[in-house]
Design a protein around this ligand. Structure first.
Ligand code: ZN
Length: 190
């Protein structure tokens, strides 16, 4: 049963979709974080903690964000699918979003409540856009926010580092490496 532990963590995998990793809006360093996210997925599965994919899924010709960034992650397209290396497994959760934040007009908050999740481990892309906006909404709702610095990526390193600092200073986010999160998950919770 989910959520029996009073301090349940959830792993959020944000926008690890074909368009962002290999396609039209490719983020140069995103390939480098795939293995770290895979390690975290394995860890969360081993400890029976929830793994939640938060995926852009836009409506063509409707979503305003498309005029800023061009066509990407159109619902039903190849570009909107999670990359083959990180395909969701049975028991994982999938939340579709149409804005940067995983909370905006989605049922992510309801899902986290029902899973009794208190702490979010954020991974994926882009650090300064969808990860940061999801972190903001998580902070507003009272979740502890952990951002994995070597399992997130932005269009360049400067944007990545700036977003990590911002989330640490403004949302009180913990910035940890993959190995530190693995260790944290393995420790018995108080
Ligand atoms: Zn988008």
């Amino acid at each position: 049963m989910w959520g029996e532990d009073p301090l349940t963590f959830a792993l959020l995998i944000i926008d690890m979709l074909n368009d962002f990793i290999k396609g039209s809006l490719k983020i140069p360093r995103a390939e480098e974080i795939i293995n770290n996210i895979k390690r975290l997925i394995n860890k969360f599965h081993a400890y029976k903690m929830p793994v939640i994919y938060v995926n852009d899924s836009h409506i063509k010709g409707v979503d305003r964000e498309l005029s800023l960034w061009g066509q990407h992650a159109i619902e039903g397209s190849w570009g909107s699918q999670v990359i083959d290396e990180l395909k969701p497994m049975e028991g994982d959760f999938i939340v579709k979003k149409r804005r940067y934040s995983g909370f905006f007009s989605t049922d992510l908050d309801l899902l986290l409540n029902e899973l009794n999740v208190k702490s979010l481990v954020l991974t994926g892309v882009a650090t300064d856009i969808c990860v940061q906006h999801t972190a903001a909404d998580a902070f507003y709702r009272g979740y502890e926010v952990i951002v994995v610095s070597d399992a997130t990526a932005a269009l360049n390193d400067e944007r990545h580092e700036r977003a990590l600092s911002y989330m640490r200073e403004v949302y009180g986010a913990k910035i940890l490496k993959t190995a530190e999160v693995e260790e944290m998950i393995s420790k018995p919770q108080p």
